[in-house]
Design a protein around this ligand. Structure first.
Ligand SMILES: NC(=O)C1=CN([C@@H]2O[C@H](COP(=O)(O)OP(=O)(O)OC[C@H]3O[C@@H](n4cnc5c(N)ncnc54)[C@H](OP(=O)(O)O)[C@@H]3O)[C@@H](O)[C@H]2O)C=CC1
Ligand SMILES: CC(=O)N[C@@H](CCC(=O)OP(=O)(O)O)C(=O)O
Length: 330
């Protein structure tokens, strides 16, 4: 829904076709999603990869885990632009996917052809198949990148305490997301089993091969949208607050979708509704620890917005074209 809304208003997109896997004939969008009651002329079509490749220029998959490991193959084989929002194509090693997602993995040669589209730090220009990063992975990697790339922290000391609103769990309600359970509550979940752990580690190892593990935890917040990743790490003895500040300033100086807030730590309401990731960092000389706070809208920077940034890079559009930049005011 959110991806469609953004694509429908994108200045370089002249049409959006919507496909549903369970349809045998077209239905009005509003009959499936009542919020789109005003979009009387928009339909959902039965899905067919032949139709997609004939009438569209790029395909986005906003599908459950386990779908694109096979559904994306015809597009990747044909070199047709494809952006996958699910986790199926992010991990390069198939056995890791099976271990963390508890499902059969895509073939290794398919995984080898997909680009991990962390759009603010590694452009998708020239790429055809994109694995759009997970929401927790996006906030965490953007918060850690300056510290890891500049070699400021002891890499065995990384601890991530991340929290998300319930929309991160998708459309099907579950035990944790049932209103009476989630409302006015905080729930730790997937302890040491979160599927974004191997994804984060895989990218950290691209930046620094010596990183062997991270401590990573997730908590469900009683809100609909927004994700905060709070990151702690021990810095090397001579590292100063000024060196940390310089690492963040230089890493994000020319990055359109990340705003470094210095030692003023950001909160969710300054990014919810936008494609920005806001990142702040504070050094504590007493403990020798740096604390980073990285916030995103899980449905935008954590999913559809980053997918559009990847599309913009693939097609040479301005980096933030079609991206929402205004917060949802209280
Ligand atoms: N929500 C978030 O914050 C984020 C989500 N993601 C990932 O992005 C993807 C989409 O997220 P979200 O919209 O929240 O997920 P939802 O669970 O809300 O929606 C999943 C969609 O997948 C479709 N689907 C299910 N099975 C199949 C199938 N066999 N073939 C084709 N389509 C199928 C469903 O269609 P139907 O209902 O008609 O069966 C539904 O539209 C997921 O993989 C999710 O993990 C990634 C980052 C953040
Ligand atoms: C609140 C909540 O449940 N969030 C989801 C977000 C991850 C997700 O969307 O899944 P993939 O990125 O792996 O596709 C979770 O923690 O599993």
């Amino acid at each position: 829904m959110v991806l469609y809304q953004m694509l429908a208003g994108h200045p370089h997109v002249d049409g959006v076709d919507l496909y549903g896997h369970n349809l045998t004939e077209p239905v009005a969008l509003a009959s499936a999603v009542p919020q789109f009651v005003g979009a009387t002329d928009v339909v959902l079509q039965p899905y067919s990869e032949q139709v997609v490749m004939a009438q569209d220029d790029v395909v986005f998959f906003a599908t459950s885990a386990g779908v694109t490991r096979t559904a994306a193959v015809p597009y990747i084989t044909a070199g047709f632009p494809m952006i996958d929002l699910s986790g199926d194509l992010r991990l390069k090693q198939p056995d890791l996917y099976t271990q963390w997602y508890h499902k059969p993995a895509a073939a290794k040669q398919i995984l080898a052809q997909t680009h991990y589209g962390l759009s603010d730090l590694q452009s998708s220009a020239g790429m055809a198949a994109i694995a759009n990063p997970g929401c927790y992975a996006t906030a965490t990697l953007l918060g850690l990148a300056p510290l890891v790339q500049s070699g400021l922290i002891m890499t065995d000391s990384i601890i991530v305490d991340a929290k998300s609103g319930t929309s991160g769990a998708g459309k099907h309600p579950g035990e944790l997301t049932h209103f009476s359970q989630a409302n006015e509550n905080l729930q730790v979940y997937k302890v040491n089993q979160h599927q974004h752990i191997p994804e984060i580690l895989q990218q950290l190892q691209v930046w620094d091969q010596s990183i062997a593990a991270i401590q990573f935890n997730t908590t469900l917040l009683p809100i609909t949208r927004g994700l905060m990743s709070t990151i702690y790490a021990r810095v090397w003895p001579d590292v100063t607050a000024a060196a940390i500040d310089e690492a963040f300033t230089s890493t994000f100086a020319d990055v359109a979708g990340v705003r470094y807030t210095g030692d003023r730590l950001p909160n969710l309401k300054e990014v919810v509704g936008t494609d920005y990731c806001d990142v702040g960092a504070v050094f504590n000389p007493t403990t020798g620890m740096v604390m980073v706070v990285s916030v995103i809208d899980n449905l935008i920077k954590g999913a559809g917005g980053q997918a559009i940034q990847n599309m913009n890079q693939m097609f040479g559009f301005p980096e933030m074209a079609g991206e929402p930049v205004n917060v949802i005011l209280p």
